[in-house]
Design a protein around this ligand. Structure first.
Ligand code: U5P
Length: 297
């Protein structure tokens, strides 16, 4: 797998990875069938990525939801570790969505880094919190976030940064390979298969299973993604349906129809519960163990 054609096309003009070296990781897939690079540790030069981003004078947005108990439990560590590892040396604007702005911890921020808090309504069911993210994101992208950031990454809060997460993760549209599923055969991937759902993929459809804990792209690309998911969610709801993995199912449908320009390897969002794997060299984000019984009660 020596070349990755998309890395040289206009779609990846905004690549920020420097010259990619897919051959540096012969044991893993470093390029998709449509030519998008899959970013693994060792395939990019973090210093070049950093320089490119600085030259372009980028502002990167990072959105995160912290509603209900997720705020006290996860937000502080998420932000503190983001200050250590996320886009260090770049201009960053955090957007925290919560129903309790006054409870957002005051994490000291480095130069050129800001935090904005957006109030959202508290949904009754956890499934609705997760889906309401798409609605709030649309409002922010159409407003101040959309004006001040060139690229935006959208993340779950129940995780923390454990390694450098820099501009190599940026592109027109970015999808995260799901840590639990990247080795699974295509037919077993947990896509929505109920043909009545707007998120449904037919037999044989689906490239990879993407994790909604990390996705991103340009403001325009994210607005398209958001509009697609919101339409699907509305359509399903009108029919009394809820896709298997909620907004993640709709996200997967979107990325099947509109291929992402860049994929992040599971190193970018790893679950320690999986245990050690030789190809996971340096995890950059680590999920917290899921404590649904406690958090969703
Ligand atoms: N979330 C909340 N509060 C909730 C449920 C979800 O803030 O009650 C947000 C968090 O950012 C969480 C993400 O990381 O949605 C995905 O939720 P989960 O399905 O992984 O719990």
């Amino acid at each position: 797998m020596g070349v990755c054609p998309l890395a040289r096309t206009p779609l990846l003009r905004d690549n920020f990875s420097g010259p990619l070296d897919p051959g540096a990781r012969p044991e893993v897939l470093t390029c998709t069938s449509w030519g998008a690079p899959i970013i693994w540790d060792g395939t990019f030069d973090p210093d070049v990525a950093q320089q490119e981003a600085v030259q372009r004078n980028l502002t990167v947005g990072l959105t995160v939801f912290a509603v209900g108990r997720y705020l006290e439990k996860y937000l502080e560590r998420f932000l503190e570790t983001a200050e250590q590892h996320f886009m260090v040396g770049q201009r960053v604007v955090y957007y925290v969505f919560t129903e309790r702005p006054a409870a957002v911890p005051r994490v000291p921020l480095g130069p050129g880094r800001r935090l904005r808090v957006e109030r959202v309504a508290r949904e009754r069911r956890w499934q609705d919190v997760s889906m309401a993210r798409m609605r709030a994101l649309q409002a922010a992208l159409g407003g101040r976030l959309g004006r001040e950031a060139r690229f935006v990454l959208c993340m779950d809060v129940d995780q923390h940064f454990s390694g450098a997460f820099g501009p190599e993760a940026l592109a027109e549209s970015v999808a995260q390979l799901h840590a639990w599923h990247y080795r699974w055969p295509q037919r077993r991937l947990p896509f929505e298969r109920d043909a009545r759902s707007a998120a449904a993929l037919g037999p044989g459809e689906g490239d990879f299973y993407y994790h909604a804990a990390v996705f991103g792209g340009s403001v325009a690309a994210l607005r398209r993604l958001r509009a697609h998911c919101a339409r699907g969610l509305r359509r399903d709801r009108a029919r009394g349906l809820e896709a298997r993995w909620h907004d993640e199912s709709h996200l997967n449908k979107f990325f099947w129809l509109h291929k992402p320009a860049k994929l992040l390897s599971p190193e970018f969002c790893w679950s320690p519960e999986i245990g050690r794997r030789a190809e996971i060299r340096r995890p950059r984000l680590l999920w917290a163990p899921k404590e649904y019984a406690l958090l969703r009660s």
